[in-house]
Design a protein around this ligand. Structure first.
Ligand code: ZN
Length: 331
């Protein structure tokens, strides 16, 4: 996920509080451009921080037809398109809780994905359970048929993306108390956002490393200050660090993207991450960027395209019937 809807009201004050006023204003002016340039195929800061309303159908903003579809299609699973322009047929539902994990904010109905995504979460949960009784909290995956969400994300469209919070929960009940809608778990960064805080520990490192070492994982997005801290501290095998990509936000959660699965010829695979641990010039250049939380754009964005033609057909499948098509679900 991208930063939850929670702290949006304070973002402007926080950004301006950290930066000199002039710098903050010029940075805020950049937001529309950042929004257009979804580098690495991932959501831009503007999208993350709620270019769209945080609550579906809250009025006044973009209403995604994809959010109106309540059920996946039945039949064969197939991923169509990419993370930021795609959809998924035959998506599977991640159970609410399992060994080592709990899903939060189920009411968003974003707990669907490819069976490989579901399996990956269960596998990592089981590995976490072998070292602690604490649970990882699973945030947004994809909508029942994928597609564009109304808030927070530009990606998460084709069932191969999942957000996992860095903060662990002692039980499913504790998870829902800790992270109700509008109240995100805490950042892992220090006050100046230049490094990791005392909240960071072995469990967080374990989660990232376990995910990055999986062959089915394509890349993982974390805040650039987290990547920088890993670059400075990880000893021994550093080969997995290359998949851990520096990005905006992602300081309270990380975002795993899986590779295109077998049996989905129209899944659009991103170019491979650069060779090596990614700890040289790239991280250094990120560390020169302002350490801020970007403000959401005030201007309503134009409605995004629905996706590839096959996705548009998938969206309409079951229209007027009882199988979860958009018209039925919108009643
Ligand atoms: Zn995400």
């Amino acid at each position: 996920m991208l930063t939850g809807g929670g702290n949006q009201m304070n973002v402007k004050q926080r950004a301006i509080g950290i930066l000199p006023r002039k710098a903050a204003i010029s940075l805020l002016a950049m937001v529309p451009f950042l929004f257009l340039g979804a580098m690495d195929g991932h959501a831009s800061p503007a999208a993350k921080l709620g270019a769209y309303p945080s609550k579906p159908s809250s009025g006044g903003g973009y209403v995604s037809p994809w959010a109106l579809v309540k059920e996946p299609t039945s039949g064969q699973t197939e991923v169509i398109g990419g993370a930021a322009y795609g959809c998924i047929a035959g998506a599977k539902d991640l159970p609410e809780t399992g060994k080592g994990y709990v899903t939060i904010r189920r009411e968003r109905n974003r707990h669907y994905g490819h069976p490989e995504t579901v399996k990956m979460i269960k596998d990592i949960g089981a590995e976490l359970a072998s070292r602690t009784d604490q649970l990882m909290m699973i945030g947004d995956m994809a909508q029942p048929r994928g597609g564009r969400m109304e808030s927070m994300h530009r990606s998460h469209q084709n069932g191969m993306d999942v957000d996992i919070w860095f903060t662990l929960a002692s039980s499913p009940k504790a998870a829902n108390l800790l992270a109700p809608e509008g109240n995100d778990p805490p950042t892992m960064l220090t006050e100046d956002r230049a490094g990791i805080s005392k909240r960071w520990g072995e469990d967080q490192l374990f989660l990232l490393k376990t995910a990055a070492q999986r062959p089915d994982v394509d890349r993982i997005f974390v805040n650039f200050a987290i990547k920088n801290a890993l670059c400075k501290s990880v000893e021994g095998d550093r080969s997995w660090l290359g998949k851990v990509r520096p990005w905006w936000g992602h300081d309270a959660h990380f975002h795993i993207r899986l590779k295109c699965p077998a049996g989905s010829p129209e899944c659009k695979q991103q170019p491979a991450t650069p060779k090596g641990d990614g700890c040289g010039y790239e991280v250094a250049s990120w560390m020169k960027k302002p350490k801020i939380i970007l403000k959401k754009s005030d201007k309503p964005a134009p409605p995004p395209p629905l996706g590839p033609a096959r996705c548009v057909a998938l969206l309409k499948k079951g229209k007027g019937t009882n199988d979860g098509g958009v018209q039925t679900a919108a009643k």
